[in-house]
Design a protein around this ligand. Structure first.
Ligand SMILES: [Zn+2]
Length: 496
């Protein structure tokens, strides 16, 4: 995927002929579907080279991804590439559940302890949020509780206090239940299951025949992982455009749309940019451990925030997380707050307008998606940096209106393989992938030329940041199921 553009960049650097100044049209013309596909294939090959077939942070396939990105960018000679390491607690593993001898659907909760339990299932009263909900026969047995009212962690801690050997939480709405206990604690081995399975288990208990064996093999370990940051050697380093995508997947699959699409999209723009001269420096950021709570971008911004001088250099941050969903929509982060009343730092509205104008000029219809900080732009919002980005949808079903606008299928999720093994190269919308990568090129060319369309941050910025942060937190706590970003399912699942 790198040969032609890199060769051009290297040969031009070697021959010292002045490069053309970047334009949107010229940079867009270098975006090629072949390279997007071959780059995606490369990421999938990394995942499939190992038995786990994923690219979770700190795993071998993820480290291969990091090395690949750093190597390609370094090889251009156009970027200063740095690898930023940080340490985070990893949680993974697997579990099995049999009830009356039949294998049953379940998945382990993030941060669950390991353990094996066997015996009758015991139905807990109410929603298990009150220690008094647990009957005496919970002791030594496997508790069963519906999702709802309080965090999973509270249910697991209550079950532990009641002497349960393990806990099964079933969903209170359709769909699998993948949740997190939010961190380490005094918990019993805890798994989640879907509503239909939960109802079957309830029936079995009522029939007096629910003998279960639950085995949880959890991996809990500190892992070192890495962000890759590549900044153009040329351009004004006091006025930087930053943009990013995340390099890690969830455990269930290779993560080729989420977020291989963003990773390979911005990488191809980075390679194309090496053919041009620019005014403003461009910083390409490849984040690790997004899937565990925006850990890489959060760490990066925490380091940046130690120096107000370094912070002030970043004029804007653009995020690209899932840009080729198979049943896609064209969604733009609502930076001006017009649709979701969550306004970003000064400049965010203008970034939204840039993307809107791009779709409009191409004759495409877009919609807004909540600017709620549930991907790697969140930490940038928190320090008052103007931000924006696009998204093609995750687990939320497309509406009839959406089908009329963008085609595809109504009532089917934008990405039915979201966080699944099927998030692979065969399930990318290549037309959206190509179009949105050209949009990335347009934004990079625009801001690498000039930030004139963005207002300068003022002394009022800090105050407006604080206000918007409070509003976003209220939004995230109060609206669990908008499903505007995949991280949401994890965050929502912590809450109830
Ligand atoms: Zn993602």
């Amino acid at each position: 995927m790198k040969t032609t553009h890199i060769a051009a960049a290297l040969s031009c650097a070697a021959c010292a002929i002045a490069q053309d100044f970047v334009t949107s049209k010229a940079l867009q013309s270098l975006v090629s579907l072949d390279e997007l596909v071959s780059g995606s294939q490369q990421l999938q090959d990394f995942a499939y080279a190992y038995p786990d077939r994923n690219r979770v942070f700190g795993g071998q396939a993820h480290n291969d991804t990091i090395n690949f990105l750093a190597g390609v960018l370094e090889e251009t000679g156009y970027y200063d590439v740095s690898i930023q390491s940080f340490l985070e607690l990893y949680s993974g593993g697997n579990s099995t559940l049999t009830v009356n001898g039949a294998a049953t659907n379940e998945s382990l909760m993030t941060y669950t302890p390991s353990g094996t339990a066997s015996g009758p299932l015991v139905l807990v009263n109410n929603l298990g949020c009150d220690p008094a909900d647990y009957p005496a026969e919970t002791e030594g047995n496997i508790a069963l509780i519906s999702r709802g009212e309080c965090p999973f962690a509270a249910k697991s801690a209550n079950a532990a206090a009641a002497g349960a050997a393990a806990l099964i939480i079933y969903n209170n709405v359709e769909g699998a239940l993948a949740g997190t206990l939010g961190g380490l604690g005094d918990y019993v081995p805890t798994v989640g299951t879907d509503l239909a399975t939960g109802e079957a288990l309830l029936s079995a208990i009522q029939n007096g025949t629910a003998n279960a064996v639950l085995e949880v093999n959890a991996i809990l370990e500190n892992r070192t992982t890495y962000n890759v940051i590549a900044e153009t050697k040329s351009g004004d380093h006091g006025n930087v455009l930053a943009l990013g995508a995340h390099t890690d997947s969830v455990e269930a699959g290779p993560g080729i749309n989420d977020d291989g699409s963003g990773t390979i999209g911005i990488l191809n723009v980075a390679i194309g940019l090496t053919n041009f001269t620019i005014n403003n420096a461009v910083r390409f950021c490849f984040w690790s451990a997004e899937e565990y709570g925006l850990l890489g971008s959060t760490y990066y911004v925490s380091q940046l925030n130690k120096s107000s001088e370094e912070l002030a250099k970043v004029r804007a941050y653009l995020n690209f997380d899932m840009i080729a969903s198979p049943n896609y929509a064209y969604l733009i982060y609502d930076g001006d707050g017009s649709a979701f009343n969550l306004t970003g730092p000064i400049g965010s509205a203008q970034i939204e307008t840039l993307f809107e104008d791009y779709y409009t000029s191409a004759g495409k219809t877009y919609n807004a998606t909540a600017f709620d900080g549930r991907s790697d732009y969140g930490p940038f919002l928190d320090v008052g940096i103007a931000a924006g980005g696009i998204f093609t949808g995750a687990e939320v079903p497309k509406t009839e209106e959406g089908q009329d606008i963008w085609g595809g299928l109504e009532d089917l999720a934008y990405d039915e393989n979201y966080h699944q093994a099927g998030d692979n190269i065969f399930n990318l919308a290549l037309d959206a992938f190509l179009f949105n990568t050209k949009l990335v090129a347009h934004a990079v060319a625009t801001y690498a030329t000039s930030f004139d369309s963005l207002p300068m941050p003022t002394s009022m910025t800090k105050r407006s940041v604080e206000l918007s942060k409070v509003k976003r937190q209220a939004y995230n706590g109060g609206h669990g199921s908008h499903g505007k970003h995949h991280c949401q399912s994890k965050h929502e699942a912590v809450m109830r």
